[in-house]
Design a protein around this ligand. Structure first.
Ligand code: NOJ
Length: 504
């Protein structure tokens, strides 16, 4: 049996294979699911919540969103959180990752006024989770900056580090007695793409400048919050604080040294820029990236590099400021220096490194334009992170597949099974993966795609004022994997009626 799995991982054809798996997940390994505030909560202006950059953008520029929708109501989890917890119990997860909304807690972004109704909402959710022995993992920032702070420059203003520290203090102080997993930032590359492209709020599109400046300020903000926890809260609360980067898998398009080097450069530009300052040995931005941006900037006539570097003191301040490596993963791509020509905006980070990407037509396309199924991608990226930072403890904080509507989601079932085979393969080879959180508990507002792409284990009926949630086939399959702690490729649900297994 093991041989079959090994062969299929070598040949990269595991997907959907009829292999009955017998390897089990180690005892320390935790399973869960994730969501984020703006994507599920709704109640955008209720009980004192302030406006955030997604409220502002979707209201003032509705056509930015593919189906012209917004997160005003979303899954209405502000009112339905008990049903959400019931679904978590149905699935039998041990961890629930959700984010807290900065402008629900601090309507104006700054800490002079705390909205107690916002604190109460998260307290209720946390207490409901703990009642059923589900560990909360709080993402402090999942892309929904208070609009007022954006008007003061957002992540382009170095003061963001202080604003974020003040906000994080309120989060730790309010919830840290019960919450033991915190994440400062979710996917800095996507946060910063809001400054370097039109792909996310606030759509600043300062490509090759805004994204780099945001990267520096965001890392300093993260480090401040980490030190704050260490100094003021860890001694009594005893939790952990991590940072989540999104990592795509990569393979060189050819055997050439240039393409192998392209893999390294691409890693530096897409996730090393955020991860190296924290997890590498020396700290700071990745060396070749710094050199490349400096050289490109000079060639473009700028008197200094568009990537603002850290001082030695800042490097030391950021280095080592994470208790685990949180990683979101969806897919991957081939990379090559030969594909570089005119694929990218000028200036931009991919133009700076002169690398292009390619995803074969044969790779299964998800419902999202940016995301095809790269065979074996979970195993590949886990090995990559392990090779780069051998000592880190990894949690996969997001992984999932997008479809359109429909309960029978066999593509998602295959995706989860093969992703989790990749996790087991990596664990077998010594990679320190300690947990897996599926994205997502339920369909939700998928940012620029609105509600047109669905990532949920539960389908949400947006036509229904109650936002009824119905488990998909994948919910039953994931439940069985968590319960048995192994991947049975032949398992089929006996019925599609979800129940809670008491006593788990
Ligand atoms: C990563 C983001 O963190 C999450 O908010 C988003 O829904 C998923 N990717 C899927 O695009």
């Amino acid at each position: 049996m093991k041989l079959a799995v090994l062969l299929c991982s070598i040949l990269a054809v595991c997907h959907g294979a009829n292999v009955k798996q017998t390897r089990t997940f180690p005892n320390y390994f935790v399973f869960g699911v994730g969501t984020a505030a703006y994507q599920i909560e709704g109640a955008w202006n209720e009980d004192g919540k302030g406006e955030n950059i997604w409220d502002y953008m979707t209201h003032t520029n509705p056509s930015a969103i593919a189906d012209l929708t917004n997160g005003d109501i979303a899954c209405d989890s502000y009112h339905n959180y008990k049903r959400d917890v019931e679904m978590l119990r149905e699935l039998g997860v041990s961890v629930y990752r959700f984010s807290v909304s900065w402008s629900r807690i601090l309507p104006q972004g700054l800490s002079n006024y705390v909205n107690e109704a916002g604190i109460a909402y998260y307290n209720n959710l946390i207490n409901e989770l703990l009642k059923y022995n589900i560990q909360p993992m709080i993402t402090i920032y999942h892309w929904d900056l208070p609009q007022r702070l954006q008007e003061l420059g957002g992540f382009l203003n170095p003061l963001i580090a202080e604003w974020f520290e003040d906000y994080a203090r309120i989060v730790f102080r309010s919830f840290g007695d019960r919450v033991k997993y915190f994440v400062t930032f979710n996917e800095p590359s996507e946060v910063c793409s809001g400054y370097g492209s039109l792909g996310k709020a606030p759509m600043l599109n300062e490509t090759g400048f805004g994204d780099y400046l945001c990267a520096k300020n965001l890392l300093l903000a993260h480090a401040r919050a980490y030190h704050l926890y260490n100094n003021e809260f860890r001694p009594t609360q005893g939790g952990v604080v991590g940072f989540i980067v999104s990592v795509g898998s990569t393979a060189p398009l050819s055997d050439s040294d240039e393409d192998k080097y392209a893999v390294e450069l691409y890693a530096q530009a897409t996730w090393g820029i955020y991860a190296d300052p924290i997890y590498s040995k020396e700290g700071g931005f990745p060396k070749e990236l710094v050199e490349r941006v400096a050289a490109k900037s000079a060639a473009q006539g700028y008197s200094r590099s568009r990537l603002p570097d850290f001082t030695e003191e800042e490097k030391a301040f950021i280095l080592g400021t994470s208790d685990f490596f949180g990683v979101n993963h969806y897919s991957g791509t081939y990379v090559s220096q030969s594909l570089y020509t005119s694929q990218h905006a000028i200036p931009s980070s991919l133009d700076d490194i002169e690398v292009g990407t390619y995803s074969p037509d044969e790779w299964l396309q998800s419902a999202s334009w940016w995301f095809k199924l790269m065979p074996n991608s979970v195993y590949i990226f886990l090995k990559h992170i392990h090779a780069r930072y051998p000592d880190v403890r990894i949690y996969i904080t997001e992984n999932g597949w997008s479809t359109r509507e429909g309960i029978m989601d066999d593509e998602r079932v295959d995706y989860y099974r093969s992703a989790l085979e990749g996790v087991l393969d990596a664990i077998d080879e010594g990679v320190k993966v300690h947990g897996y959180l599926a994205w997502s508990l339920m369909d939700n507002f998928e940012w620029m795609a609105g509600y047109s792409e669905r990532f949920g284990l539960y389908e949400v009926d947006y036509e229904d004022p109650n936002r009824t949630r119905t488990p998909r086939k994948s919910a039953f399959i994931y439940k069985n994997i968590m319960k048995t702690r192994l991947i049975d490729h032949e398992y089929e649900p006996e019925s599609y009626v979800m129940t809670i297994d008491e006593g788990r």
